[in-house]
Structure formats: structure tokens, C-alpha cells
Write a protein that binds this ligand. Structure first.
Ligand code: ADP
Ligand code: ZN
Ligand code: ZN
Length: 745
């Protein structure tokens, strides 16, 4: 017997091994195999009776992972699709798609501890609830949980009450419950528990109700674009649609994707509260913030079907979910769904593929859908569901006003360090009323540059072609591209001038300014620096919710998803920089960000106001923003894209090369372009000139890229497939990679 195994290796082939462990190595099983001098974990993709590899070169499988049941053929097909689409080997997709702990054969035996399970005895069933004092509510809840289902897992008992296991011990002694141990892989799917009082649900708005009905009644593959303004109650639509679908099928599973780890606790709480009739272990999260063991156990709960709802970030799109019945992608436009290293996949796009493969509904939700998805809906490929109003009747959309900085200056109105007079006055008014303000800018650190006025020196990174960012609290200069750090120099290293000064403003500097511009305000900064410690973001956000903060200043971390109840003012600083970017997606991204951050204002009935400081008050993007006009913005931008032959009207791929010199990187790309010209399918493909990246040098490595595009996805894919083997033999660079559907160009 032979097995053909996928390994995490750039060669797009399967590797043959002999496997005499009879019956064990079925398709989808993990195995440990010798590879060169090492032993690696691979995934069995085929089992065959003969191999073309000469017998003397065939080696034996070391070990078969029996603790983990095989992944389904559906899952293998998903990995194969992703591998083909993103131009990778199957193993390069399938193995990184598994939790790290599973890819270490030495941990297999300990990874999934057997589950302890309590069950009521006949005697327990008759005496238990009544034998308890009426006021012992925790004990009664435990007894009810036992009575509701066949069994109660120890972990779920502990989730009900911290001392539950001690109680269960005494009940066992009394002969009321039994305890046994079963294989984790055989724990059945968590069923919804009947006869629990349903939590009080809000009455759906008409728009929410028809969205829920459309999703619930869908048959087969049904992609929905849920376009709902901020605060329109998209989460409620997800919850109801899931409840309807999960209630209909006793073991069905749901996958809910969110763009950021910081949003998972908020979602998890909402889902646990709503699905209180499910055991705690039936709802799991999957994201990179989990410890390895926990991630493996959560993955395993999804894989065995025990978990009914999986909440996660982009990596969860590759979770093994044997009975997946619905997928939700919240904030589908978010660039965080795109993996930017390794396998550069779009979790949103894979979610669509997965739903199609399984014939199930998929809901893409956003207040500002990506133009790709909007265009799909325009063409009738996605079903558009619209929530045009906020769900809470008294929470109107905020009024958006522009503050013309040129005009302020001309009129000689005072501003403090980049904060205009009207914005400061508005924050003071909020402070007096006990409401919160939020200040958004897209730059962390104190100042983006440190410069010398006398000689023009600007502090740069010795390893990258980039300026370093001044971080004042840490007294450091830090490169945001490679992490290089140094102390702040006392004087200019070029001319000795001691009068070196920060240029521009980041979140730290604005935080400092706010403290003096709005006296008495409690200011809190939330950005990648202030939340570096694990769990600290959660603590900071709860301070905001608890009303312990008057002004919140931060980057896009504060813009997304959060339901801040007492924020009534949003101020936007230096958004203008993105208006004139070389990246054609910059304005789409800016508009989405500004709509998102505006959506934080006035959610709970306080009238909300958004003030945008700008030097370009006549720009069309700001006009659309003031009118909350996503549709107008999207249609106008799509028309521009069509005229300019840009995505979604063409399909693109990028070849990136990294060399010791820029010349080497460019030469490689020019050779690559010459090779491409020989491929027949490339007739329908346009190749652009090789160009250096904007930040050309990072960590002493020089980077350049070559853009290719085609109006035909098939022609582009065929070209890439034929191109790869030609690229593999080219020399002269340190690394290269291909990216399909790149987001940053
Ligand atoms: P979105 O994700 O669309 O921005 P949310 O899902 O955060 O909006 O909902 C905004 C607020 O409206 C939340 O506080 C939510 O509890 C509330 N909400 C949602 N649906 C309803 C409804 N039908 N009736 C009353 N309140 C609702
Ligand atoms: Zn100088
Ligand atoms: Zn650097």
C-alpha cells in the first residue's frame, strides 16, 4: 500500500511513501514521514496500490495520527482550489491551514485529552432537582443542564459554575451521576438544548426582517451582500439568520469571520448570550491570539463537529467544518481579510468559494462594501440586502461637517498644534455634557519625522529607505518597516545643531496636545503601541465603555465595529494624505475608513457630529461622505475604474522580487517578463514595466515588482501556471513571490 502525501514544500507535487499500517492511512489523515534528514508532518491525499517511484527510493511512513480523524474530501478540495488559484503547492496551503500543534508529531498523543462526561443515573433523574434547596440557583442550573441532554462535559460544567466539579463529585458519591471518559474525537455535536427560556429579543426592523427571511429561505449556494449603514443592526441579522439555520439542522455548523482579533470578544459575548441554549463548548473562537494548545482544541472541536459556531479572523476560513451550513463575513471590505505573507489569500474570496462548494448561504456584511463585491451585486451575482436606517429609532446618522483649514488660517483663527478651533470647541462642549469624543488619525507614534532645520537632515532607518518615526513616551526612534530602534539624538548627527524638531503629528503627539487644549479631559490613546501587551486592548476598550474616558484618540483600531454608546463627536485629522496616493485603492479605503469612524458617533440616541479637518473641502470624496452617500461614491468610483481599466474590470497579479541590490531585483523581473512573452496564453495578458516598491529597501533588501493583468481571469491563471516553472530556474535574487489579486500595488 502506498500513500501520496502533501508536504509544506514549494514543489507543487505530492510525495509517495510506503504505508504498511493497514487501514490507518485513509485520505485526509495526518502522517509523519521522513523527508531528507528530517521528519515532517504531511497530509495523505491519495492511497494507491502502486507507485511510480522506484522501490529502493521509497521510504516508510513513520507514524499515523490516530488522535485526529481525517479531514474531509471537501476540505481537501478547498485546499486544492486555494493552491491552484493562488499558485502554490497543495501542501503549502493545507498544512499551514492546520493548527501548529498538529504539525508536531511528538505532540499528537497529548493534544486532545479524553473528555470526562457526567450523566444522570435513574435515581439522580428522579431525586435531583427536588432534593436541592429552592434558593440554590447555581446547583439547580447544574442539575437542569444534566437533565436536558444525555451528558454534560466536565468543561461545560465548569463554565456553568467554578465549583461545579466538586458538587458533581458529591452527587457521584450519592449515586446520582456517573462519570466516564470518552475519546475527544467521538463527542457528538452539541445539540441545542430545548426548554430554555429564550432571551428577550429586539423587534426586527422591516429591513432586518426581510434580510433574515431571505437568508433563512435561501436554497443551495446563495451569496448575499448585506449593505447596512453603521448601526443598522447587521449583527442582529447574523444572529437571527444563524439561529434559524442552526435550529433547522441539529448538527449544522456556522462560520462567522471578523476582520480583527479585537472584535472577537465583542462578537463572542453577543453570540454566547444569544445562544445560551448551547453548551459553552459549542461556540469556539479561532484566531492568532490564542495559545497553541487552545487553538488546536478549538480547531478540533470544529473538526469533529462538536462546535456549532466558529468565530474567527481570516485564518478561520480554512477551519475544518464537516457540517458547515452558513458563512458570515462581517466588514467584508476590510483589507485585513487579505493575508499579506506566505499564502496571500483573501479570506472573503475563499469564503465565497467554500459556500459555493458546499451549496450554502454566505453573507457579506458592510456599511461600505468593497467595490469588487458591489460590482458582483450590480451584475446580479450576489443578492443585495439593504439596511438603510439605524436600528435604534432615535439614533440618526451623524451630521458630517468639513473644517476648511485654509479658510481657518486666512481668517486668522487660532488652532493648537493642528487641532482647529472649531474641533477644540466641539470637544469642550462634549466634555461639559459628559459625552465622549473620538479623534481619529492614521498615524501612530509622536511624529512621523525628526528633522534638522539647519542642514535639512531627517532621521532615517539605516536598514530601510524610510524615515523613522519618533516615539516620545518610549524616548525612541522606531522604523515601522523593520522594527529598528534607537535613542533620540540630542543634536543633529550631520551638523551638530541641537535644535532638531519633530515634523508632522502622530497619535502620541495629538494625545499630548489634547491634554492641554481641552483642560480636564481624560484622554486615552488606542493604537498598536498602546495595546502591544496581550489583552491590553480589551482593558482599554472597557475603560471607554465604562465612561472613564472623555476623549479617545487612535488609529483605525478605534474605527472598526465597536459599539461605543456615549461617543457623540468624531474628529478626523490629516485624512488628506490618502487623497493623492499612487495606489488606486487609497480613496476607496479612505472613504470606508471615514464612514466607519463616523459610524461610531451618536449610536445611542445622542445626536452625533463628525468634523473632518481638510485642505480640500471641495473634493468629491468628502462630499459623498457628508451625504452618507456610499452608493454615489461606489458608482462614481466604479465608473472611473472601468474607464481606467482597473479592477474589478481587470484581474491582476504581482511578481515581487527581493535582491541584494535594486539592479538585481529589476533584472530578475525583466528576465521574468521575457519568459512570460513566450507563453501562448499570455497573448491576452498585459505586462507592465518592473518598478521599485515605494519603500524600496527594507532590512537591507531591495524590492521591486512587476504587474501583469488581463481582462480574462482564465488567461491570467493559465499564464501564471505556465510561468511558475520558468521562474523557478531564474537566478539572481534572494526571493520572489507571486500574488494573485493583490490589494496593495
Ligand atoms: P452595525 O453592525 O450594523 O453597525 P450593530 O449590529 O452594532 O450595527 O447594531 C447597532 C445597535 O442597534 C446595537 O446596539 C444593537 O443592539 C441595536 N439593535 C440592532 N437591531 C435592533 C432592533 N431591531 N431593535 C433595537 N435595537 C437594535
Ligand atoms: Zn543638521
Ligand atoms: Zn527599517
Amino acid at each position: 500500500m502506498f500513500v501520496r502525501v502533501a508536504l509544506d514544500h514549494p514543489l507543487p507535487t505530492l510525495f509517495d511513501y510506503r504505508c504498511d499500517i493497514s487501514g490507518a492511512a485513509v485520505v485526509g489523515t495526518l502522517v509523519s514521514v521522513p523527508f531528507g534528514k528530517r521528519h515532517v508532518v504531511g497530509l495523505v491525499c491519495e492511497v494507491t496500490a502502486h507507485s511510480d517511484v522506484p522501490a529502493e527510493r521509497l521510504r516508510d511512513v513513520d507514524q499515523v495520527c490516530t488522535a485526529c480523524p481525517p479531514v474531509s474530501t471537501h476540505w481537501l478540495a478547498l485546499a486544492a482550489f486555494a493552491a491552484d488559484y493562488y499558485q502554490r503547492g497543495l501542501g503549502e496551503v493545507a498544512l499551514p491551514g492546520l493548527p501548529q500543534a498538529l504539525r508536531d508529531a511528538s505532540r499528537w498523543s497529548r493534544l486532545f485529552a479524553p473528555e470526562e462526561r457526567y450523566r444522570l443515573t435513574a435515581e439522580g433523574r428522579t431525586v435531583l432537582p427536588d432534593a436541592l434547596p429552592a434558593r440554590a440557583t447555581a446547583l439547580r442550573a447544574l442539575a437542569q443542564a444534566l437533565a436536558r441532554a444525555d451528558f454534560l462535559l466536565a468543561a461545560d460544567a465548569r463554565a456553568l459554575h467554578p465549583k461545579a466539579l466538586a458538587t458533581l463529585d458529591t452527587w457521584q458519591t450519592a449515586g446520582w451521576v456517573t462519570l466516564d471518559v470518552i475519546d475527544a474525537a467521538t463527542v457528538p455535536a452539541a445539540a441545542s438544548l430545548p426548554n430554555l427560556p429564550a432571551p428577550a429579543l429586539p423587534t426586527l426592523t422591516d429591513e432586518q426582517a426581510s434580510a433574515v427571511a431571505a437568508i433563512r429561505d435561501a436554497h443551495g449556494f446563495a451569496p448575499f451582500l448585506l449593505h447596512g449603514v453603521t448601526g443598522s443592526g447587521k449583527t442582529e441579522v447574523y444572529l437571527r439568520a444563524l439561529a434559524a439555520i442552526l435550529a433547522g439542522k441539529p448538527d449544522a455548523q456556522a462560520l462567522v469571520l471578523v476582520p480583527e482579533i479585537n472584535l472577537t470578544p465583542q462578537f463572542e459575548a453577543a453570540f454566547r448570550a444569544r445562544f445560551a441554549a448551547l453548551d459553552a463548548s459549542a461556540i469556539v473562537t479561532l484566531h492568532s491570539g490564542l495559545a497553541e494548545g487552545e487553538r488546536a482544541r478549538n480547531w478540533f472541536a470544529a473538526h469533529t463537529g462538536r462546535a456549532r459556531i466558529v468565530l474567527g479572523t481570516r485564518l478561520a476560513v480554512l477551519a475544518s467544518l464537516p457540517r458547515l451550513a452558513i458563512i458570515v463575513v462581517d466588514e467584508e471590505h476590510d483589507p485585513a481579510y487579505k493575508q499579506q505573507e506566505g499564502l496571500r489569500y483573501s479570506a472573503r474570496d475563499l469564503a465565497i468559494y467554500r459556500a459555493k462548494q458546499l451549496g450554502v448561504p454566505v453573507v457579506l456584511g458592510s456599511a461600505t462594501p468593497s467595490l469588487e463585491s458591489w460590482w458582483q451585486a450590480d451584475q446580479g451575482r450576489y443578492d443585495r440586502l439593504t439596511l438603510s436606517r439605524r436600528a435604534v429609532a432615535e439614533a440618526a446618522l451623524p451630521s458630517v461637517r468639513l473644517i476648511d483649514l485654509e479658510d481657518e488660517r486666512r481668517r486668522g483663527r487660532a488652532s493648537i498644534e493642528g487641532l482647529s478651533g472649531p474641533l477644540i470647541a466641539a470637544m469642550k462642549a462634549r466634555l461639559e455634557r459628559g459625552e465622549q469624543s473620538l479623534v481619529f488619525l492614521n498615524r501612530r507614534g509622536y511624529a512621523p519625522q525628526l528633522a534638522c532645520d539647519a542642514c535639512g537632515w531627517v532621521a532615517g532607518c539605516p536598514r530601510c529607505s524610510a524615515y523613522v518615526v519618533l516615539h516620545k513616551p518610549e524616548r525612541a526612534l522606531r522604523c515601522h518597516h523593520c522594527g529598528w530602534e534607537s535613542r533620540i539624538p540630542r543634536s543633529c548627527p550631520e551638523c551638530g545643531n541641537v535644535d532638531i524638531a519633530p515634523l508632522g503629528r502622530g497619535t502620541q503627539r495629538v494625545e499630548e496636545t489634547l491634554a492641554s487644549a481641552v483642560p480636564g479631559a481624560r484622554v486615552l490613546r488606542i493604537d498598536a503601541d498602546s495595546t502591544r501587551r496581550k489583552g491590553s486592548a480589551q482593558a482599554l476598550f472597557s475603560d471607554v465603555h465604562a465612561g472613564e474616558v472623555d476623549i479617545l484618540v487612535g488609529t483605525q483600531m478605534i474605527a472598526k465595529g465597536h459599539d461605543f454608546q456615549r461617543v457623540s463627536l468624531v474628529g478626523v485629522l490629516n485624512a488628506d494624505t490618502a487623497l493623492f496616493s499612487h495606489d488606486f485603492r487609497a480613496s476607496e479605503r479612505l472613504f470606508a475608513q471615514l464612514m466607519q469612524v463616523s459610524g461610531r458617533a451618536g449610536r445611542a440616541g445622542l445626536p452625533g457630529e463628525v468634523l473632518v479637518q481638510t485642505r480640500y473641502p471641495r473634493h468629491a470624496l468628502y462630499h459623498a461622505l457628508c451625504r452618507h452617500d456610499y452608493v454615489g461614491f461606489a458608482n462614481a468610483t466604479l465608473a472611473e475604474r472601468r474607464d481606467a481599466h482597473l479592477p474589478p474590470f481587470v484581474y491582476q497579479a504581482l511578481l515581487r522580487a527581493e535582491g541584494r541590490t535594486l539592479e538585481a531585483a529589476l533584472a530578475f523581473l525583466q528576465q521574468a517578463a521575457a519568459e512570460l512573452a513566450r507563453i501562448p496564453a499570455a497573448e491576452r495578458v498585459t505586462v507592465y514595466d518592473a518598478v521599485p516598491l515605494t519603500i524600496v529597501k527594507v532590512m537591507h533588501v531591495h524590492r521591486a515588482q512587476l504587474l501583469i493583468e488581463s481582462a480574462s481571469r482564465a488567461a491570467l491563471q493559465a499564464t501564471l501556471r505556465a510561468w511558475q516553472p520558468l521562474l523557478r530556474v531564474l537566478k539572481g535574487v534572494l526571493r520572489w513571490n507571486l500574488e494573485v489579486d493583490p490589494l496593495d500595488i
